[in-house]
Design a protein around this ligand. Structure first.
Ligand code: PLP
Length: 441
């Protein structure tokens, strides 16, 4: 086990509130753990976005940041740092990733066109749809884009109907698994035959680079890998709130002079002036420093090893393996035959130990914030999850009373406990039977 490559100078107290209080807050949150008030949460693994701890140098930069309206000092610092990381002529600031999508897609997407991806984040898919396009996920079994399926799709609809390909690094929908360097190269070489642009959703770019270093390019530094991998892309967009170690912010990168002019003109109407993207000088100062720290190999090494260690604590609980760069994805459907298995499981973990995870597609996800929780917190979490898993026959089924109207998943959804509880034992027996029959086939 690798120890944390930092020491802790400031700490924020957390408290496990009584079970009765946990029950009441869950009821008030309509049995949706997303809607729980954070102050009641003991260990919060609901998201890795904007939840990381800031470093001493980030705080120093926050305190000393210049708050001028235009071309403030931190803007130039951010430009210097981002241009030293990403090989693009133009880097543009937005206040968070989805705003980057909204601004960029206005100029890249036409009605009836497709965007193909290894897996799109839900706001990305929605922003594509907003401009009349359609997002299609073509992942292979490792989280890459499936090159064969990609080629077949291009041939089926015709290259002229495809706006661009968007590779999500790492794949948030599938285990936080990385896109390999080989996949990036193959994708680029296929697309150059058709003249289709390749873009990256680089929200977890440095963790993706770490995996490439481990498996494919061990002799290169993280910064060299990022430069090499990004040289195959026409541009990138990203949220800086993930591996960028920032509380807020996002970026767009391109070499296209015409495109950047359009982006600037539109952004000033919907997000903010070119040098701030709707953020304060201190936000940008912190973001610049966060990006600088995000490529630190010791930090990346610790993060991935900590996640792997965490993953190994789940024993026989079915999780997506190998553990990727984001968190733990539990396959609740494999052992719970209720209508909302991940939310029902999430409710029970909350009640058992004050831990907040969240349903994520087909999984119950425990997303690990960066530099926040120690191995003890994670060990406690795994013990709570194990306890809930062992007593899974007691998990109560939910009934939807209000669907999520954003269409982004279950963020705003409301539930109630089902009045008539189906005896879980029957369900578990049924699952057991199913498993046996699958095994015997
Ligand atoms: C892969 C990916 N892209 C884009 C976004 C959107 O970024 P933001 O939350 O900064 O708007 C997210 C957020 O979780 C994400 O995971």
């Amino acid at each position: 086990m690798i120890p944390e490559p930092y020491k802790i100078k400031t700490c924020e107290p957390i408290k496990l509130v009584e079970r009765e209080e946990r029950e009441q807050s869950l009821k008030k949150a309509h049995f949706n753990t997303f809607l729980l008030p954070a102050e009641k949460v003991y260990i919060d693994l609901v998201s890795d976005s904007g939840t990381g701890a800031l470093s001493t140098n980030q705080w120093v930069n926050i305190i000393s940041a210049d708050e001028s309206f235009a071309y403030q000092t931190s803007y130039f610092k951010l430009m210097e740092i981002t241009k030293s990381i990403f090989p693009f002529k133009h880097i543009f600031i937005v206040h968070q990733g989805r705003m980057g999508e909204h601004i960029l897609f206005k100029f890249l997407i036409k009605k009836g066109f497709y965007v193909l991806s290894n897996s799109l984040f839900e706001t990305t898919r929605k922003n594509i749809k907003y401009y009349g396009g359609e997002g299609i996920d073509l992942p292979d079994e490792l989280g890459n884009i499936d090159i064969e399926k990609l080629e077949n799709f291009i041939n089926k609809v015709g290259a002229s109907k495809i706006s661009f390909i968007l590779l999500t690094l790492t794949n948030n929908s599938l285990g936080g698994w990385p896109v390999s360097f080989e996949n990036i190269k193959s994708c680029n070489s296929l697309l150059s035959n058709y003249g289709i642009p390749l873009w990256f959703d680089a929200s977890r770019f440095s963790e993706n680079a770490w995996f490439i270093k481990e498996k494919e390019l061990p002799k290169l530094s993280i910064n060299q890998i990022i430069k090499k991998a990004f040289s195959y892309a026409d541009g990138f967009l990203m949220s800086a709130k993930k591996s960028g170690l920032s509380s807020v912010g996002g970026l767009i990168g391109t070499n296209n002079d015409e495109l950047i002019k359009k982006i600037k003109d539109f952004a000033i109407v919907v997000d903010g002036f070119t040098s701030h993207g709707g953020m304060s000088g201190r936000d940008i100062a912190s973001m610049a420093q966060g990006l600088l720290e995000s490529t630190d190999e010791d930090l990346l090494n610790f993060r991935i090893q900590q996640l792997r260690w965490f993953g190994n604590l789940f024993g026989k609980i079915p999780i997506l393996k190998p553990t990727g760069g984001l968190g733990i994805y539990i396959k609740t459907k494999d052992f719970l035959s209720v209508e909302f298995p991940s939310m029902a499981f999430s409710n029970e973990v909350w009640l058992e130990g004050g831990v907040r995870g969240a349903p994520w597609g087909d999984y119950y996800r425990l997303a690990v914030p960066r530099r926040v929780y120690t191995n003890n917190h994670l060990q406690y979490t795994a013990e709570i999850v194990k306890k809930v898993f062992e007593n899974r026959e007691k998990i109560k089924d939910l009934k939807s009373i209000y669907p999520d109207k954003s269409g982004l998943g279950i963020f705003g959804a409301k539930f109630r406990l089902r009045k008539k509880l189906q005896p879980q034992i029957t369900r578990i027996k049924r699952i057991k039977k199913k498993t046996i029959s699958v095994k015997s086939v």
